[in-house]
Design a protein around this ligand. Structure first.
Ligand SMILES: Nc1ncnc2c1ncn2[C@@H]1O[C@H](COP(=O)(O)OP(=O)(O)OP(=O)(O)O)[C@@H](O)[C@H]1O
Ligand SMILES: [Mg+2]
Length: 606
C-alpha cells in the first residue's frame, strides 16, 4: 500500500538523522551558535532561583525595602535577557533552515527528473509528493526545534541538578529518583512511536495519491457518476489515517502524563521533606525557596522531552522516506560494449535483435518484445503497425531510452544509443507520445520545449504550420496563450497537433511518433501528412499507426506481432502478403482510399 518497499527491519533513529549531515553542514556554525545562545538563555532561567534565595534570606529577612527593589530589578533584567536570547536563537536559525529545506527539496526534484521511467511506473505520485512536502516540513521543524532543545534541555537538566544537589543533596536525590523509570519508559515509547510514525507518513502518501488521481481524473469520475464511491474510498483512507494519528496521540498522551506526573510527585515529596527540615532549623527558608523554584524551572525541560523525542522520531522517519527516493539509482549513462564497427551504409535507425521485458513484469511471462530486427533507412519514414497491446509504444520508448533494452541493441546512424550521452541522444531523437501532455505554460513555450538551443519565432511558426496547428492564431493571445494544466482547455486533436509541433520544431535527425494523428479528422490528417512529408524529407522516422490513412504517410510499413517484426514492405505489398496486416487494416474503413496518395508520396526512396 505504501508504494515503497517500506523497510520493516529495525532501524536507528540516530543513524537515519545522521544522513542529514551533508545538508546541515553548510549551516552548522549558525546552528551551533543558536544552541549556545539557547543554553545561555536556559541557564539564565536557573539563575533566577539563586537571586530569589538571596532576596528571601537577605533583604526580605532583614526587612530592607531598597534591597527588595534591587532584587526585583535583577529578576526583571534576567527575564528580559532570557527572552531576548531566545528571540536571537530563533532569528539565527530561521533563514538557514529554510535554506536547508529548499536545498533538500531541490535535490529531490532534480533526482526525480533523473530517475528512470521504470521508477515512476512503480511509485505512486502521491508518495513522491508527500515526501517533497510533508516530510521535508517535518525535517525543518526537527532542525529548528528538537535538535537544539534536546541538547539545551539536557544541559539545563544537568546544570539544574548540580545546583539542586549542591543546595541540599538529600532533597536533590529525592528529585533524581524518577530518572531511571523515566529513561526506561522513554525508550519504550521511542520504539513504539517509530512504527506508528512510519505508518502515518506512508498513509499520508496514499491519501495524497488518491487526491491527485481524483483531481486528474475528475472527468471520468463525474462522467461515470463515481463521486460517491470515490468519496467513500477517500473517507476510508482518511479514517485509517485518523486511526493511526489517534494511536500516535495516545502514545504521546501516555508518555506526557508519565513524564509530568513522576517529577511532580518527586517535587511534592521534596516539598514535604524540605518543610520538615526548615521547621527543624536544618535548612534556611531561602534555600528551600531556591530549591523548589529550581526544581520548578526544570519542569519544562523534563516534560518537553517526550514531545521532542516524538518530533525527532517523525523526523527520522521523514529522513528515511526522503532517502528511499534519493537512493534509487538514476538513469545510467551506460557503457556500450566495445562498439563493433557498424557496417557502413547501416545508417538510419537499426533495431538489432532487440528484446525488452518490463522490470515489474511477472516472472515467467514472455517479454513484450522478443526479438525485433528492423532497419529504418536514412531519410525513410517507416510506419509501425500492430494489434493493440503488441508493444508499439514500448518499442518507441526504447529509442529515446525511456526504458533500456534488455537484449540486443539500437543504433542511430551506426552509433549504439547506449554509448551516447543522453543529452546527445535526446538532441538526435524527437518524440511525440500517445498522450499529448502539455504543461501549464504558453502554447509557444510548450512547442519550443522540443528544441534545444535558441529556436526562434520562425521555427515556431514552421512547426505550427507543419502540424496544421493554425488554430493557435485564433487563440486570444496567439502562441502566447496560456494553456491550463495538461492543456485541458484544448481539444484532443489540438493538443495532439501541439505535441506534433513540439516533436518537429527542433528539426531532429530522428523522429519517433506514437500514433500522432489519431484524433484528427481525415482531412486535417491529410494536410498534416503533406506538411510532414516536406519536413520528414531528410528525417528518419518511425511512426506508429493504426489507420490506413496514417500508414500512407510512410514509405514502408513494419508489422509488429508476437514481439517480433514479422513483415516489412509497402502498404500494398503487405496487404497482399500478410493476412494479419490485411485484417488490421480492414476494419478501419478507408483501407483502399489512400492508395493514390501513397503513390503520390515519396514512394520507396531508400
Ligand atoms: N509500464 C509497464 N509495465 C509493465 N507492462 C507494461 C507497461 N506498459 C505496457 N505494458 C505491457 O506491454 C504490452 C505492450 O504495451 P504497449 O503499450 O507497448 O502496446 P501498444 O502496441 O502501444 O498498444 P496500443 O496500440 O493499444 O497503443 C502490453 O501487454 C502492456 O500490458
Ligand atoms: Mg501504444
Amino acid at each position: 500500500m505504501t508504494g515503497a518497499d517500506a523497510p520493516t527491519r529495525k532501524r536507528s533513529a540516530v543513524r537515519s538523522l545522521l544522513r542529514l549531515w551533508p545538508y546541515v553542514r553548510p549551516v552548522r556554525r549558525r546552528l551551533a551558535w543558536a544552541a549556545v545562545v539557547a543554553v545561555l538563555a536556559s541557564c539564565l532561567s536557573l539563575v533566577i532561583p539563586l537571586v530569589l534565595k538571596w532576596l528571601v534570606d537577605g533583604p526580605v529577612a532583614e526587612r530592607d525595602p531598597g534591597g527588595v527593589w534591587l532584587g526585583a530589578l535583577y529578576l526583571l533584567l534576567l527575564g528580559l535577557a532570557e527572552a531576548a536570547l531566545f528571540g536571537l536563537r530563533r532569528w539565527l536559525v530561521a533563514r538557514p533552515l529554510a535554506g536547508v529545506e529548499a536545498a533538500m527539496r531541490d535535490d529531490l526534484y532534480r533526482h526525480l527528473q533523473r530517475l528512470p521511467v521504470a521508477f515512476h511506473d512503480r511509485w505512486p505520485s502521491g508518495q513522491l509528493l508527500s515526501r517533497g512536502t510533508t516530510d521535508l516540513m517535518l525535517l525543518r521543524m526537527f532542525l529548528a526545534f528538537p535538535l537544539t532543545f534536546l541538547l539545551v534541555n539536557g544541559v539545563t537538566i544537568l546544570v539544574g541538578f548540580v545546583i539542586l544537589l549542591q543546595q541540599q543533596w538529600s532533597l536533590g536525590l529525592v528529585l533524581l529518583a524518577p530518572a531511571v523509570p523515566l529513561v526506561v519508559l522513554c525508550s519504550l515509547f521511542e520504539s513504539k512511536y517509530a512504527l506508528v510514525a512510519r505508518r502515518s507518513q506512508d498513509q499520508v502518501g496514499d491519501l495524497t495519491t488518491v487526491v491527485e488521481e481524483s483531481v486528474l481524473g475528475i472527468r471520468v469520475i463525474k462522467g461515470f457518476g463515481r463521486h460517491r464511491s470515490q468519496a467513500r474510498a477517500f473517507r476510508e483512507l482518511s479514517l485509517t489515517l485518523r486511526g493511526t494519528e489517534l494511536v500516535k496521540a495516545r502514545l504521546l498522551a501516555g508518555i506526557w502524563a508519565t513524564i509530568t506526573a513522576l517529577p511532580e510527585l518527586a517535587i511534592g515529596a521534596a516539598l514535604v521533606l524540605g518543610t520538615v527540615q526548615v521547621a527543624d532549623g536544618g535548612l534556611s527558608a531561602g534555600t528551600l525557596v531556591a530549591f523548589l523554584s529550581t526544581a520548578l524551572a526544570l519542569r519544562w525541560p523534563v516534560e518537553s522531552i517526550g514531545f521532542l523525542l516524538a518530533i525527532s522520531q517523525d523526523a527520522a522517519t521523514a529522513t528515511e522516506r526522503y532517502f528511499e527516493v534519493m537512493d534509487a539509482p538514476q538513469e545510467t549513462e551506460g557503457v556500450a560494449p566495445p562498439s563493433s564497427p557498424v557496417a557502413a551504409g547501416r545508417g538510419g535507425m537499426v533495431f538489432d535483435a532487440v528484446e525488452f521485458r518490463y522490470p515489474d513484469a511477472p516472472e515467467g511471462t514472455p517479454p513484450v518484445l522478443a526479438r525485433v530486427d528492423l532497419h529504418v533507412r536514412p531519410g525513410e519514414t517507416m510506419a509501425l503497425v500492430g494489434a493493440t497491446g503488441s508493444g508499439k509504444t514500448t518499442l518507441t520508448a526504447l529509442v529515446p531510452r525511456l526504458h533500456e533494452v534488455t537484449g540486443g541493441r539500437i543504433t542511430l546512424d551506426g552509433q549504439d544509443i547506449t554509448a551516447m550521452p543522453r543529452e546527445r541522444l535526446r538532441e538526435l531523437v524527437s518524440v511525440a507520445f500517445e498522450e499529448p501532455t502539455l504543461f501549464s505554460a504558453s502554447v509557444g513555450e510548450n512547442v519550443l520545449m522540443g528544441a534545444g538551443g535558441g529556436p526562434g519565432e520562425a521555427d515556431l511558426e514552421r512547426a505550427l504550420d507543419t502540424a496544421q496547428a493554425h488554430f493557435v492564431h485564433r487563440l486570444p493571445e496567439g502562441a502566447a496563450t496560456q494553456v491550463g494544466e495538461q492543456g485541458l482547455s484544448l481539444s484532443g486533436g489540438q493538443r495532439q497537433r501541439l505535441a506534433l509541433a513540439r516533436a518537429v520544431v527542433g528539426r531532429p535527425r530522428f523522429l519517433v511518433l506514437d500514433d500522432p494523428l489519431s484524433a484528427l479528422d481525415v482531412h486535417t490528417e491529410a494536410l498534416v501528412e503533406a506538411a510532414l512529408r516536406r519536413v520528414l524529407a531528410d528525417t528518419t522516422a518511425l511512426v506508429v499507426a493504426h489507420r490506413p490513412s496514417t500508414v500512407l504517410l510512410a514509405d514502408r510499413v513494419a508489422l509488429l506481432s508476437g514481439g517480433r517484426v514479422t513483415a516489412v514492405g509497402t502498404h500494398q505489398e503487405l496487404l497482399r502478403t500478410s493476412d494479419e496486416y490485411a485484417w488490421l487494416m480492414s476494419g478501419a474503413g478507408d483501407g483502399g482510399a489512400g492508395d493514390g496518395r501513397a503513390a503520390a508520396g515519396k514512394g520507396d526512396t531508400a
